[in-house]
Design a protein around this ligand. Structure first.
Ligand code: ADP
Ligand code: ZN
Length: 529
């Protein structure tokens, strides 16, 4: 962000110091705040932990009237309001968890001009009475938090956000500030157009989180790998472990607890009270591990989360970035660790193919997944790759696994051809489920029941792959999937050829792969010390 040529506005700086108790603005905050105080519209892209809240809270305090904050995070409103009140800020909220009396009190305060900040759930704007209420009061600004929720193609769409496009027409003179921590160029344009913020000033902060060490390793035994990470590097630390399914959340929370690590589960299948309780404990107590689906974490402000571990592959780089971004908000060294395997890729591809939405939607999801896989398989600096994804540049960071122990590559053309040739032979029996495991068995020449049932021990390719071990073959298949040289057929999950496979079979395409170290994480950790 360019540095401004004006001096600090004494009123905004004074508010920062007097009300919030901080000495100075962080990068970017001052320009945004000055712009909104002066009545300008703003679209703010800042990573998690960057300090977005002050960007609307201070203008709300400085400008006349109440700052109205639209937020999807209903569960957090009470906490946010309590925290503000503790600082002497007059704040309130309106959402569906309140009864009529509670709402009446807040409405009266708003109308009497007794609120600096009013948090509003987006669905409130569907209620005509709520809109009229805003009309009758004095609105200082509209802050649209988690603005990417308006993006239909993004990963966290909320239909109620579409109503926010009407704010500008109804209150043309009230400045609007939309904020998000996740936005590629495409999402950003979509936010701008849906919220009519094309003419707003865009503030884009650096997405680099230098204190986060990014590490991605092949999944061999997820439980053991996780336990190893926690025991050797994060003993007693607070952290989040993300899993794809509720079942897996329960299983891993129990596993950690059995192994002496205090862990709590969090997923949408738990009743609201348990969820709220677990979340409150995670925020309040030290050194708890939250094992959760991605339902957990949005808007959670816990500064000392020391690690975020993914046991399943995130569906998009945006999701990965947002989830890992919950680590290290206090700026201290933290770990973002992900283990992923062949089955993740197969499962996610199947989920996309058989999931909801039209063809265009599925294509979009497939592209999201491809970008995520490219990040996993890159031999370059992970941070540079991440920043590039968000349209920013960077230098190799020295604080990610590929920088700390650069992966070796090897020429995998021949093994790739072997895998593909087995797939060619199986194409005739496409209606069967021949997944990676079966193909590897054929390559290794294993005469198991399925091989015998289909006479696959008679194939020309049977037993032609004894030069690699089973785990290595699975790695080859996974990387072929990531490189788009093999695809997953949706109905049965059978591996099939892609358009690019033929070039490999004809020897016109050299296949380079990461050599898989025994334990990337351990090595990287040692190198970091
Ligand atoms: P975001 O919403 O961008 O994820 P927050 O607004 O929650 O981030 O801010 C993250 C943390 O940084 C909070 O604990 C906040 O109080 C703190 N913070 C924000 N601005 C400043 C500042 N200028 N000086 C010191 N701490 C700050
Ligand atoms: Zn790096």
């Amino acid at each position: 962000m360019a540095s401004p040529d004006f001096l600090d506005n004494p009123e905004t700086l004074g508010t920062l110091q007097r009300v919030f108790g901080y000495d100075a603005f962080r990068d970017g905050q001052r320009e945004i705040i000055e712009h909104v105080v002066a009545g300008g519209d703003a679209l703010v892209l800042m990573p998690t932990g960057g300090g977005k809240s002050l960007c609307y809270q201070i203008p709300a305090l400085v400008r006349k009237g109440t700052g109205v904050v639209i937020s999807p995070l209903i569960a957090l409103m009470q906490d946010q309001v309590d925290a503000l009140r503790a600082l002497g800020v007059r704040a309130g909220f309106l959402n569906s968890t309140q009864d009529l009396d509670e709402r009446r009190v807040v409405e009266a305060q708003f109308l009497a001009g007794e609120l600096d900040l009013l948090y509003l759930a987006p669905e409130r704007l569907r209620v005509p009475a709520a809109v009229e209420l805003l009309d009758r009061g004095d609105v200082a600004l509209f802050a649209i938090d988690e603005a990417h929720c308006v993006s239909q193609w993004g990963h966290d769409f909320r239909p109620d956000y579409l109503m926010l496009s009407g704010l500008h027409e109804r209150w043309p003179d009230v400045p609007r500030i939309a904020l998000t921590a996740t936005a590629t160029q495409a999402t950003r344009s979509e936010i701008a157009s849906r919220l009519q913020l094309e003419d707003a000033r865009h503030f884009v902060a650096s997405f680099d989180r230098p204190n986060i060490q990014y590490r991605i390793e092949p999944k061999t035994d997820a439980k053991r790998q996780l336990l190893h990470l926690l025991k050797t590097e994060h003993q007693g630390d607070a952290g989040i472990v993300y899993c794809l399914s509720r079942n897996s959340v329960e299983k891993h929370a129990a596993f950690l607890t059995e192994n002496g690590i205090e862990a709590l589960p969090y997923h949408a299948g738990l009743d609201a009270r348990t969820r709220a309780e677990n979340q409150a404990r995670f925020l309040r107590e030290e050194g708890l591990v939250m094992v959760a689906t991605i339902a957990f974490g949005m808007g959670i402000d816990k500064p000392d989360v020391r690690f975020v571990a993914h046991l399943d592959l995130p569906k998009s780089v945006e999701g990965y970035y947002q989830e890992t971004g919950r680590a290290g908000r206090d700026g201290l060294p933290s770990t973002a660790w992900l283990a992923y395997g062949l089955q993740d890729v197969v499962n996610l591809r199947k989920m996309i193919d058989s999931g909801e939405g039209d063809a265009a939607f599925r294509r979009r999801q497939a592209l999201h997944l491809d970008a995520m896989l490219a990040l996993c398989e890159t031999v370059e600096c992970r941070r540079v790759q991440l920043l590039n994804y968000f349209g920013q540049s960077g230098e190799p960071c020295g604080n990610c696994d590929t920088c700390l122990s650069p992966p070796e590559t090897w020429d995998a053309t021949v093994p790739a051809q072997k895998v593909l040739s087995v797939i060619v032979r199986l194409e005739r029996e496409r209606r069967q489920k021949f997944g990676a495991g079966h193909i590897v068995d054929i390559l290794l020449g294993k005469k198991n029941a399925k091989v015998i049932q289909f006479d696959h021990d008679g194939l020309k390719s049977f037993g032609i792959g004894t030069e690699l071990r089973e785990a290595e073959w699975r790695g080859v298949v996974r990387q072929l999937l990531a490189q788009g040289l093999v695809a997953v057929e949706s109905t049965h999950g059978t591996l099939v050829l892609t358009e690019s496979s033929a070039e490999v079979l004809r020897g016109q395409h050299k296949v380079l792969m990461r050599r898989e170290p025994e334990r990337t994480a351990t090595k990287a950790a040692k190198a970091a010390k």
